[in-house]
Design a binder for this molecule. Structure first.
Ligand code: SF4
Length: 247
Protein backbone atom coordinates (compact mmCIF):
# COMPACT_ATOMS: atom_id res chain seq x y z
CA UNK A 1 0.00 0.00 0.00
CA UNK A 2 1.47 3.40 -0.96
CA UNK A 3 2.52 5.62 1.93
CA UNK A 4 0.38 8.76 2.12
CA UNK A 5 2.59 11.84 2.49
CA UNK A 6 1.47 14.91 4.43
CA UNK A 7 0.82 17.94 2.16
CA UNK A 8 3.90 19.62 3.59
CA UNK A 9 6.22 16.65 2.96
CA UNK A 10 4.83 16.19 -0.54
CA UNK A 11 5.31 19.90 -1.34
CA UNK A 12 8.91 19.91 -0.10
CA UNK A 13 9.63 16.78 -2.15
CA UNK A 14 8.29 18.55 -5.25
CA UNK A 15 10.41 21.64 -4.51
CA UNK A 16 13.57 19.54 -4.04
CA UNK A 17 12.99 17.44 -7.18
CA UNK A 18 12.21 20.53 -9.27
CA UNK A 19 15.30 22.37 -8.07
CA UNK A 20 17.39 19.31 -8.92
CA UNK A 21 15.89 19.29 -12.41
CA UNK A 22 15.82 23.02 -13.21
CA UNK A 23 18.41 24.42 -10.80
CA UNK A 24 19.58 27.91 -11.64
CA UNK A 25 17.07 28.31 -14.46
CA UNK A 26 14.16 28.38 -12.02
CA UNK A 27 12.58 31.34 -10.23
CA UNK A 28 9.83 31.96 -7.69
CA UNK A 29 6.92 34.15 -8.78
CA UNK A 30 5.14 35.67 -5.80
CA UNK A 31 2.66 38.40 -4.95
CA UNK A 32 3.46 37.89 -1.24
CA UNK A 33 0.15 36.41 -0.27
CA UNK A 34 0.32 33.57 2.25
CA UNK A 35 0.89 30.84 -0.34
CA UNK A 36 3.56 32.88 -2.12
CA UNK A 37 5.47 33.35 1.12
CA UNK A 38 5.28 29.60 1.86
CA UNK A 39 6.77 28.85 -1.55
CA UNK A 40 9.54 31.41 -1.06
CA UNK A 41 10.36 29.85 2.31
CA UNK A 42 10.52 26.29 0.94
CA UNK A 43 12.62 27.22 -2.07
CA UNK A 44 15.05 29.48 -0.18
CA UNK A 45 15.63 26.74 2.42
CA UNK A 46 16.61 24.25 -0.28
CA UNK A 47 18.37 26.65 -2.67
CA UNK A 48 19.16 30.01 -1.06
CA UNK A 49 19.43 32.81 -3.59
CA UNK A 50 16.91 31.41 -6.07
CA UNK A 51 15.53 34.57 -7.73
CA UNK A 52 12.18 35.85 -6.44
CA UNK A 53 10.12 37.81 -9.00
CA UNK A 54 7.01 39.89 -8.52
CA UNK A 55 4.86 41.60 -11.13
CA UNK A 56 4.94 45.24 -10.14
CA UNK A 57 1.99 46.63 -12.08
CA UNK A 58 2.46 50.15 -10.75
CA UNK A 59 -0.84 49.79 -8.88
CA UNK A 60 0.14 47.53 -5.99
CA UNK A 61 -0.95 48.36 -2.43
CA UNK A 62 1.59 50.07 -0.17
CA UNK A 63 1.26 47.05 2.15
CA UNK A 64 2.67 44.77 -0.56
CA UNK A 65 5.78 46.94 -0.73
CA UNK A 66 6.13 46.53 3.06
CA UNK A 67 5.92 42.76 2.62
CA UNK A 68 8.60 42.83 -0.06
CA UNK A 69 10.98 44.62 2.32
CA UNK A 70 10.28 42.03 5.06
CA UNK A 71 10.97 39.14 2.68
CA UNK A 72 14.17 40.77 1.42
CA UNK A 73 15.42 41.20 5.00
CA UNK A 74 14.46 37.71 6.10
CA UNK A 75 16.08 35.86 3.21
CA UNK A 76 18.86 38.35 2.38
CA UNK A 77 17.74 38.74 -1.22
CA UNK A 78 16.54 41.45 -3.58
CA UNK A 79 13.12 40.86 -5.09
CA UNK A 80 13.08 41.52 -8.83
CA UNK A 81 10.23 43.83 -9.89
CA UNK A 82 8.86 42.86 -13.31
CA UNK A 83 7.34 46.07 -14.64
CA UNK A 84 5.20 46.88 -17.68
CA UNK A 85 6.51 48.84 -20.65
CA UNK A 86 5.96 52.51 -19.65
CA UNK A 87 5.08 53.47 -23.24
CA UNK A 88 2.36 50.79 -23.43
CA UNK A 89 0.88 51.90 -20.10
CA UNK A 90 0.96 55.54 -21.16
CA UNK A 91 -0.79 54.76 -24.45
CA UNK A 92 -3.43 52.59 -22.75
CA UNK A 93 -4.18 55.21 -20.11
CA UNK A 94 -4.34 58.00 -22.71
CA UNK A 95 -6.80 55.95 -24.78
CA UNK A 96 -9.00 54.47 -22.04
CA UNK A 97 -8.24 56.21 -18.73
CA UNK A 98 -6.35 55.10 -15.63
CA UNK A 99 -9.23 53.03 -14.23
CA UNK A 100 -10.36 51.47 -17.53
CA UNK A 101 -11.00 48.15 -15.77
CA UNK A 102 -14.40 49.43 -14.63
CA UNK A 103 -15.59 50.00 -18.21
CA UNK A 104 -15.96 46.36 -19.29
CA UNK A 105 -14.50 42.90 -18.80
CA UNK A 106 -12.49 43.35 -22.00
CA UNK A 107 -10.98 46.61 -20.72
CA UNK A 108 -10.09 44.92 -17.43
CA UNK A 109 -8.36 42.06 -19.22
CA UNK A 110 -6.57 44.59 -21.45
CA UNK A 111 -5.19 46.33 -18.35
CA UNK A 112 -4.05 42.97 -16.93
CA UNK A 113 -2.46 42.11 -20.27
CA UNK A 114 -0.48 45.35 -20.44
CA UNK A 115 0.47 45.56 -16.77
CA UNK A 116 0.92 41.84 -15.94
CA UNK A 117 0.81 39.28 -18.72
CA UNK A 118 3.03 40.96 -21.34
CA UNK A 119 5.84 42.00 -18.96
CA UNK A 120 5.90 38.52 -17.43
CA UNK A 121 6.00 36.83 -20.83
CA UNK A 122 8.99 38.98 -21.75
CA UNK A 123 10.82 38.17 -18.50
CA UNK A 124 10.01 34.48 -18.77
CA UNK A 125 11.95 34.27 -22.04
CA UNK A 126 15.05 33.13 -20.13
CA UNK A 127 13.33 31.05 -17.44
CA UNK A 128 13.00 27.24 -17.61
CA UNK A 129 10.61 26.79 -14.68
CA UNK A 130 8.85 28.86 -12.06
CA UNK A 131 7.33 28.14 -8.67
CA UNK A 132 3.90 29.59 -7.85
CA UNK A 133 1.65 29.29 -4.82
CA UNK A 134 -1.58 28.39 -6.63
CA UNK A 135 -4.02 26.00 -4.91
CA UNK A 136 -6.86 24.02 -6.50
CA UNK A 137 -9.37 25.01 -3.83
CA UNK A 138 -8.90 28.75 -4.42
CA UNK A 139 -11.51 28.82 -7.21
CA UNK A 140 -13.22 26.71 -9.87
CA UNK A 141 -10.82 28.03 -12.50
CA UNK A 142 -7.91 26.59 -10.50
CA UNK A 143 -9.50 23.19 -9.79
CA UNK A 144 -7.30 21.34 -12.32
CA UNK A 145 -3.93 22.85 -11.42
CA UNK A 146 -1.15 20.27 -11.67
CA UNK A 147 1.84 20.00 -9.33
CA UNK A 148 4.15 20.27 -12.34
CA UNK A 149 2.66 21.58 -15.57
CA UNK A 150 4.94 20.90 -18.53
CA UNK A 151 2.39 21.88 -21.18
CA UNK A 152 4.08 25.21 -21.87
CA UNK A 153 7.34 27.07 -21.28
CA UNK A 154 8.40 27.86 -18.65
CA UNK A 155 7.26 24.80 -16.72
CA UNK A 156 4.86 25.84 -13.93
CA UNK A 157 5.46 24.22 -10.54
CA UNK A 158 2.69 24.46 -7.95
CA UNK A 159 3.80 22.43 -4.90
CA UNK A 160 0.78 23.60 -2.87
CA UNK A 161 -1.80 22.51 -5.48
CA UNK A 162 -3.55 20.13 -3.07
CA UNK A 163 -3.22 22.27 0.06
CA UNK A 164 -6.19 23.60 2.02
CA UNK A 165 -6.21 27.08 3.59
CA UNK A 166 -5.59 25.33 6.92
CA UNK A 167 -2.47 23.61 5.56
CA UNK A 168 -1.16 27.05 4.58
CA UNK A 169 -1.89 28.54 8.00
CA UNK A 170 -0.25 25.58 9.75
CA UNK A 171 2.97 25.98 7.72
CA UNK A 172 3.05 29.74 8.36
CA UNK A 173 2.62 29.26 12.12
CA UNK A 174 5.15 26.40 12.31
CA UNK A 175 7.77 28.47 10.47
CA UNK A 176 6.87 31.86 11.94
CA UNK A 177 6.50 33.44 8.50
CA UNK A 178 5.46 37.09 8.01
CA UNK A 179 1.91 37.74 6.82
CA UNK A 180 0.73 40.37 4.36
CA UNK A 181 -0.87 43.13 6.50
CA UNK A 182 -4.08 43.17 4.41
CA UNK A 183 -5.17 39.76 5.76
CA UNK A 184 -5.77 41.46 9.10
CA UNK A 185 -8.10 43.89 7.27
CA UNK A 186 -10.30 41.06 5.93
CA UNK A 187 -8.66 40.41 2.57
CA UNK A 188 -8.40 36.77 1.45
CA UNK A 189 -6.77 37.35 -1.95
CA UNK A 190 -4.50 40.30 -2.69
CA UNK A 191 -3.63 41.90 -6.01
CA UNK A 192 -3.65 45.47 -7.37
CA UNK A 193 -4.96 48.11 -5.00
CA UNK A 194 -7.95 49.34 -7.07
CA UNK A 195 -9.05 45.79 -8.00
CA UNK A 196 -8.99 44.12 -4.59
CA UNK A 197 -11.18 44.53 -1.53
CA UNK A 198 -11.84 42.72 1.74
CA UNK A 199 -14.40 39.89 1.55
CA UNK A 200 -17.61 39.61 3.53
CA UNK A 201 -18.54 36.62 5.70
CA UNK A 202 -19.45 33.60 3.58
CA UNK A 203 -17.98 34.99 0.37
CA UNK A 204 -15.68 32.97 -1.90
CA UNK A 205 -11.91 33.29 -1.30
CA UNK A 206 -11.39 35.29 -4.50
CA UNK A 207 -14.62 37.31 -4.26
CA UNK A 208 -12.61 40.43 -3.40
CA UNK A 209 -10.83 40.41 -6.78
CA UNK A 210 -12.61 42.46 -9.51
CA UNK A 211 -15.73 42.25 -7.36
CA UNK A 212 -17.83 44.27 -9.82
CA UNK A 213 -17.56 41.37 -12.31
CA UNK A 214 -20.14 38.71 -11.65
CA UNK A 215 -19.83 35.92 -14.21
CA UNK A 216 -16.21 36.10 -15.27
CA UNK A 217 -13.26 33.96 -14.22
CA UNK A 218 -11.33 35.98 -11.65
CA UNK A 219 -7.99 35.61 -13.32
CA UNK A 220 -5.47 37.95 -14.95
CA UNK A 221 -6.53 37.52 -18.54
CA UNK A 222 -5.45 33.97 -19.23
CA UNK A 223 -9.05 32.72 -19.25
CA UNK A 224 -11.70 33.88 -21.65
CA UNK A 225 -15.35 33.19 -22.32
CA UNK A 226 -15.97 29.89 -24.17
CA UNK A 227 -17.37 31.65 -27.24
CA UNK A 228 -14.17 33.67 -27.69
CA UNK A 229 -15.98 37.01 -27.99
CA UNK A 230 -14.13 38.63 -25.13
CA UNK A 231 -10.82 37.25 -26.35
CA UNK A 232 -11.35 38.79 -29.78
CA UNK A 233 -12.32 42.14 -28.23
CA UNK A 234 -9.20 42.15 -26.02
CA UNK A 235 -7.07 41.24 -29.03
CA UNK A 236 -8.44 44.24 -30.92
CA UNK A 237 -7.94 46.62 -27.98
CA UNK A 238 -4.42 45.35 -27.36
CA UNK A 239 -3.46 45.59 -31.02
CA UNK A 240 -4.62 49.22 -31.05
CA UNK A 241 -2.47 50.00 -28.00
CA UNK A 242 0.61 48.32 -29.50
CA UNK A 243 0.13 50.07 -32.85
CA UNK A 244 -0.18 53.47 -31.17
CA UNK A 245 2.83 52.72 -28.91
CA UNK A 246 4.94 51.87 -31.95
CA UNK A 247 4.13 55.19 -33.69
S1 SF4 B 1 -5.60 43.89 -11.41
FE1 SF4 B 1 -6.62 45.83 -12.01
S2 SF4 B 1 -5.06 47.47 -12.00
FE2 SF4 B 1 -4.03 45.45 -11.88
S3 SF4 B 1 -3.47 45.02 -13.95
FE3 SF4 B 1 -5.44 43.99 -13.64
S4 SF4 B 1 -7.06 45.47 -14.16
FE4 SF4 B 1 -5.10 46.59 -14.06
Amino acid sequence: MPVELSPSTNAINIVEASLREFGQSSVVLSSFQREGVVIIDMVQKVAPGTPVLTIDTGRLPVATMEMIRKIEDRYSLTVEHVRPDPAEVETMVAAHGLDLFHDSYAHRVLCCQVRKVRPLEKRFGTVAAYFAGLRRSQSDSRADIEFIDRSSTPVKICPLADWSPQDVLRYIAANNLPEHPLYAAGYTSIGCDPCTRAVHAGEDERAGRWWWETDEAKECGLHFSPDGKVERKVDVLLREILERTAV
